[in-house]
Write a protein that binds this ligand. Sequence first.
Ligand code: NAD
Length: 267
Amino acid sequence: MIKVAVTGAAGRMGGRIITLVSEAEGLEVAGAVEMTGHARLGDDAGYLAGCGNLGIKITDSLEQALVGADVLIDFTWPEVTLANAATCARLGKAVVVGTTGLNLEQREALSRVAESVPVVFAPNMSVGVNVCFKLLKDMARTLGEGFDVEIVELHHNKKKDSPSGTAVRMGEIVAEALERDYNQVANYHREGMCGERTREEIGMQTVRGGDIVGEHTVYFIGMGERIELTHRAMSRDMFARGAVRAAGWLGGKQAGLYDMQDVLGLK
Ligand code: NAD
């Protein structure tokens, strides 16, 4: 049985992760953490998550939550994640990090944590998206220069950043496979007499509206044929499921920095 502590227990992701861990075979919720002063401290983590009482009270002490745990799943905020990862390193606990927006310095600090404990870090934990990443690399390599690549992503009208981090990662993967520099070839904007499309460019388009959870399509457009690889997210659960899978995979792993491609055996 792998025992899992969850930080951000009252957060959107934390709640779903607690529920999915409680339902997963071979995994068990061992601790739940929220920030000091949070209104839900002392509540039962399962009750708050909507999966029934688990007998685990939400605490603001990560050390306490980690006492009976093998692995921490952390979906919080960058500076919180870094402090939590350092605590895991000190206590010899594995950690799954889903928090996004880590800057270079914070990613380097996480790499140092991974020198002493196993860490899975992936800004997109969806199994389907990670399979798409792998397929894209193979498709770009095989299709080569004869196909124009365009990426279109759709998200809800509350999303603040464009294009999505996932769309950018897709562009980077295609660019790497074609030996191009993504920053040089990404084209985010076409308007007016902007000239013909160049062979190298990767068009990046965004659509925003309503409650779309997230859709990404990569078009490989050739002469007389077109391939479209689309991923559609139906709910945020796909991220939580990936994180839970990563926690199960980490059991018994050596110290090191892993990503979802490692977890899914796609490397
Ligand atoms: P959220 O704001 O709903 O939840 C974050 C929670 O962390 C909050 O409840 C907050 O109180 C808690 N928190 C803050 N400080 C804490 C501390 N010191 N100890 C314990 N808990 C603390 O946000 P969310 O939507 O759940 O997203 C969290 C993070 O996960 C974001 O960075 C988001 O971008 C990322 N995310 C990643 C993926 C992925 O696949 N990797 C998917 C979805 C979201």
